[in-house]
Design a protein around this ligand. Structure first.
Ligand code: COA
Length: 165
């Protein structure tokens, strides 16, 4: 990946419903552009799902998951979900902001929140695209999952964990 200077970003709590549209756009672009370099077109299509959809359920999930949002100059460029049991359910950064430390800033904030909640460990199911970033943030692979299925298509990922010392 290209190396660029970290971009200062603001990390804040998800506010929805405006954030629903912005985070869904980030999700779509991150899969259809960034992750498309490591997954085949049918895998990308299955994972991304419909490009347009009613965002009511999406919005409810983000609120339930204590989603954090990253903004650069007021524009949403990434988001991460943390569920109360320590699952980092989603980390997505828009390709136009990729490689500039946005995921690091999000995951650092997620770890801060997790410690504040009294959690001692985080886990995630990292895509092939995200595995190197999670490794840089101290996560280790505990199980490869070549047969992970999404909408009837195998989209391999890996279960990773990080202890919160
Ligand atoms: C994975 C993803 C979230 C990373 O976001 P990002 O903002 O570009 O990542 P950062 O710039 O914060 O990188 C964090 C660290 O990981 C490293 N890194 C990130 N991607 C990397 C890659 N593909 N290869 C090697 N190192 C990588 C960076 O060098 C950086 O290391 P450092 O801070 O120690 O210098 C983003 O690429 C993305 O949205 N990918 C597609 C969607 C996806 O797979 N999401 C995860 C679902 S589980």
């Amino acid at each position: 990946m290209s190396i660029a200077a970290p971009t200062p970003c603001d990390i804040r709590a998800y506010r929805g419903p405006d954030d629903a549209t912005a985070t869904f756009d980030v999700f779509q672009a991150a899969i259809r552009q960034t992750a498309a370099s490591v997954y085949a077109p049918d895998q990308v299509e299955a994972w991304a799902g419909p490009a347009r959809t009613d965002l009511t359920t999406w919005d409810m999930r983000r609120r339930k998951a204590a989603t954090l949002v990253a903004e650069v100059e007021g524009v949403v460029v990434g988001f991460a979900d943390l569920t109360p049991d320590g699952l980092v359910d989603m980390v997505f950064v828009h390709p136009r902001a990729g490689g500039r430390g946005i995921a690091r800033a999000l995951l650092t904030a997620v770890m801060h929140d997790a410690r504040a909640w009294g959690l001692t460990e985080l886990r995630t199911f990292a895509s092939r695209s995200a595995q190197p970033a999670f490794e840089r943030l101290g996560f280790v692979v505990v199980a490869d999952r070549p047969d992970n299925m999404v909408r009837g298509v195998a989209v391999p990922n890996a279960e990773m964990r990080r202890y919160l010392a």
